[in-house]
Ligand binder design. Structure first.
Ligand code: COS
Length: 383
């Protein structure tokens, strides 16, 4: 029997995050978007409520949210402001390798302090020449005594300029390619970490995205996650986990756009009646509502599978791909309902459309999601 009902706790979590999005995020979204600034005051409140550490297990001081809980809040927070959502959920992305592959000592040392004072974390996988082809990265971590010395650079690192800790992927055995990759926890204060230029992005402008350079960064050997050579698997398993919340963010952005469009269509009078009474508008809204619901169901299924410990790479990829694709489609259609006003910065539509675009690109482009899905659906092919 399939049950789509949320528990009382989940309904309370949904209401609490919706209220936070309405009161703290939406009223500040345009200011931080225009200023291209990190939303520190909103993040202080997000930390107090627990959003910055919500996926850290309770025994280490975090919120201990399940995957279903995480997608519920992701939809609400992204509906408030996708840029601020990114700042919050990139913490969860960077903590995931530690939560899932770290030792008890590593978790106590690196996760618990983040639950005690506002802190950020960043996930450092992508490089200039290793984006979709994550297995071809060049950053090296060469062991010397009881340390690894990291050299290389990373790009498009969300939270990179504000993080206290980084989950860093580097080659410990460069001859072995992806199988020679390992994952490390690196403290921001370690000498040799240089923060490069902050990217001037089209959307998600309230989030911080930078280039990072590692020059002879000496990391204690005890900061290795799991074993040498496990880095690529850790990265892939982490992304399997964090892609459904990106799909949920797509649902949130799409829902916000549809809600604005409905409100506008009911009050905008043209040719003597509200534009919502024209079938061209009402059918667009029917299509949006259906696609948003379909995306949410893919997202919830993937999250439920994660909570059950079932393999869910394909389902997470479907949730991420479809949720972000419909975000792009719905924001484009919703902006069209606003006509010329939708194109103006005085209205929220153009920001939602710009924000939707990044969801199709980050945490694996939607082309990579299609690759992951098709490989599993089609299976091996004899050449
Ligand atoms: N879980 C566990 N293991 C996995 C895995 C997963 N989800 N995906 C791949 N692996 C394993 C494979 O089983 C294989 O193991 P063996 O070497 O033992 O055979 C190994 O990892 C290499 O896998 P594969 O051959 O599939 O690697 P490819 O280089 O062909 O491609 C993709 C893998 C394209 C899926 C990967 O590079 C990818 O996800 N790229 C996008 C990266 C990304 O999302 N970046 C976003 C930036 S981080 S915000």
């Amino acid at each position: 029997m399939i049950d789509f009902s949320l528990t009382e706790e989940q309904i309370a979590l949904q209401e609490m995050s919706r209220e936070f999005a309405e009161k703290e995020m939406k009223p500040n979204a345009s200011k931080y978007d225009k200023g291209d600034e990190f939303s520190e005051d909103v993040m202080k409140k997000a930390f107090e409520v627990g959003f910055l550490t919500c996926t850290i297990p309770k025994e280490y001081g975090g919120g201990g949210l399940s995957d279903v809980d995480t997608v519920i809040i992701s939809e609400e927070l992204a509906a408030g402001c996708a840029g601020m959502y990114t700042t919050m959920m990139v913490n969860a992305l960077a903590y995931t390798p530690i939560i899932r592959f770290g030792t008890d000592e590593q978790k106590k040392k690196y996760l618990t302090p983040h639950t005690e004072k506002m802190s950020f974390a960043a996930f450092c996988l992508t490089e200039r020449e290793a984006g979709s082809d994550a297995g071809s990265l060049k950053t090296k971590a060469i062991k010397q005594g009881d340390e690894y010395i990291i050299n290389g650079s990373k790009c498009f690192i969300s939270n990179g300029g504000i993080a206290d800790i980084y989950s860093v992927f580097a080659l410990t055995d460069p001859g072995k390619g992806a199988r020679g990759m390992s994952a490390f926890i690196v403290s921001r204060e370690t000498p040799g970490i240089i923060i490069g230029k902050e990217e001037d992005k089209m959307g998600h402008r309230a989030s911080n995205t930078v280039e990072l350079f590692f020059e002879d960064v000496r990391v204690p050997a005890e900061n290795l996650l799991a074993k040498e050579g496990m880095g690529f698997i850790i990265a892939m398993r982490t992304l399997d986990h964090t892609r459904a919340p990106v799909g949920a963010a797509g649902v949130g952005v799409a829902r916000a756009a549809m809600e604005y469009a409905i409100e506008y269509a009911k009050t905008r009078i043209q040719f003597g009646k509200p534009v919502a009474l024209y079938q061209n508008t009402s059918f667009k809204i029917a299509q949006m509502a259906t696609e948003i619901d379909a995306a949410r169901q893919l997202v919830w299924r993937a999250a439920w599978m994660m909570d059950q410990g079932k393999p869910c790479g394909k389902e997470s990829a479907m949730a991420k791909m479809y949720g972000s694709d419909i975000a792009m489609k719905v924001t484009t259609e919703a902006l069209q309902i606003f006509g010329g006003y939708g194109y103006m910065k005085d209205y929220p539509m153009e920001k939602l459309m710009r924000d939707a675009k990044l969801l199709q690109i980050y945490e694996g482009t939607n082309e990579i999601q299609r690759l992951v899905i098709s490989r599993e659906v089609i299976g091996p092919i004899k050449k």
